[in-house]
Design a protein around this ligand. Sequence first.
Ligand SMILES: [Zn+2]
Length: 148
Amino acid sequence: MNNNSIFIPKKIIGEIILHSLENDPNESCGVLQGSGGIVSKFHSLKNIHENPQNRYTIDPVELLNAENNSDNDGEEIIGIFHSHTHTQAYLSETDVKSALTSGYLSQFYIIVSLVEKTRPVLRAYRIGEEGDINEVIVDFDGPKYISR
Ligand SMILES: [Zn+2]
């Protein structure tokens, strides 16, 4: 897998942003299915955290279903997504801690910021075993219209 970029088709970027806006002001979450750094499907999953405006916890049953779906398609979960409804599209300290705790470190972490509702910002990162954060390039089809 190319660790420095993730390809997300524009149609799926649209689905992620729509899901984020629909749950605003709560954070939304989901996972991206695919292989080799190329996303094929977005699974929008329920945020079951008791304080969903500032935190997220992916519904574990829905996560398992998404993992099974990916398996059935011969793919895997390559990205973990959540939105920030009132902060920028950077990983928070909590995000990094929960990634380290959960052990999901081979996945890309995708964040949509809704600070400017009319101009959502999507960024992607990888988290290293030491909790180090590396931003990765988001590639997509068509004109490069997403602001960074
Ligand atoms: Zn976060």
